[in-house]
Design a protein around this ligand. Structure first.
Ligand code: GLV
Length: 322
């Protein structure tokens, strides 16, 4: 490790992590709210010993080469790393760190908040009151879906999927999941029955997505998959936008072929304010805030800092991307 390593931090992250970095590094911190452009990112990473990045930064082979052979660590403050070319990092011997575990409960909370919001039409209700339409208690207004006894289909039964299952059990939901390769006893221990994707699509009243974005999961919920879902089904996505074919989702929601969707993630992000999905009353969309709780973001910043410092010191990362 050089005496005082130089690192580029691509955004102002919580102090809990930033203060650790400042103690032992010369930290170049991107001060803007919006991420640096790819060109600026490349320029500021050139010659750096370490990089702390976010999901909004594209970290590819060309950037790693521009950084030069001194780049010892790429530390991402997120659990998902689909913005990073992992094969390129591996080929260059650059370890990549991420922040698994600490955001599991916050993300599962948000998935469940979205599920409930869509089921009980919370956003429509809020708009109804604000628009002065609330004139009496109406026997047939704003009727939504029941959770108790309904089937929740979880796509991806990893840490976050299992945390969602724990919450759903408290709402007396029946739980099924699709997770190729998982031994059935592992799912059963979480109170979940493993099924194939087709069965999950056909049987679920609610579907919640918790897969990483990979070549296999990109476009997994396409037109055909949507057509297999119940007309009363509600789709929740707190994973990554491109897992869903968004044009097909728009058509399904518009034509009432499924009942609703609640999305924390979209494709692209941010979703342009004039996007067609935002015209639909049965689409609830929030701006990628799954891990956005005070405690969680502090822990993520600390983990990202610890990974960065370990990488700079040539030590194994406490939380390396497997
Ligand atoms: C956020 O999306 C994350 O991957 O942590």
């Amino acid at each position: 490790m050089t005496a005082t390593p130089r690192v580029f931090v691509t955004r102002v992250i919580p102090d809990a992590g930033l203060s650790l970095i400042r103690q032992s590094c010369r930290a170049d911190i991107w001060p803007e709210t919006l991420p640096p452009s790819y060109e600026i990112l490349t320029e500021r990473t050139r010659g750096a010993d370490g990089l702390l990045c976010l999901i909004t930064d594209r970290i590819d082979a060309a950037l790693m080469d521009a950084a030069g052979p001194g780049l010892k660590i790429i530390s991402q403050m997120a659990v998902g790393v689909d913005n990073i070319d992992l094969a390129a990092a591996r080929a260059r011997g650059i370890p990549v760190g991420h922040t698994p575990g600490v955001l599991t409960e916050a993300t599962a909370d948000l998935a469940f908040a979205l599920l409930l919001a869509a089921a009980r039409r919370i956003v429509e209700g809020v708009e109804y009151v604000r628009a002065g339409k609330w004139r009496t208690w109406e026997p047939k207004a704003l009727l939504g879906a029941d959770l108790s006894g309904a089937t929740l289909g979880i796509i991806g039964l990893g840490r976050i999927g299992k945390a969602v299952a724990r919450r759903a059990a408290g709402f007396d939901m029946r739980l099924i999941a699709c997770n190729p390769g998982m031994p059935p006893p592992e799912a059963e221990a979480a109170g979940v029955r493993l099924v194939d994707l087709d069965t999950l699509l056909r049987e679920s009243d609610f579907i919640s997505i918790h897969t990483p974005l990979t070549a296999q999961t990109r476009g997994l919920i396409n037109r055909e998959a949507l057509s297999k879902m119940k007309r009363t089904a509600i789709l929740v996505n707190t994973a990554r936008g491109p897992v869903i074919d968004q044009d097909a989702l728009y058509e399904s929601l518009r034509d009432g072929r499924i009942a609703g969707a609640a999305l924390d993630v979209t494709d692209p992000e941010p979703l342009p304010p004039d996007h067609q999905l935002l015209t639909l009353p049965n689409a609830v969309i929030v701006p990628h805030i799954g891990s956005a709780s005070l405690w969680t973001r502090d822990q993520m910043a600390i983990m990202a800092a610890e990974n960065l410092l370990a990488g700079l010191a040539g030590q194994p990362l406490p939380h390396a991307v497997p």
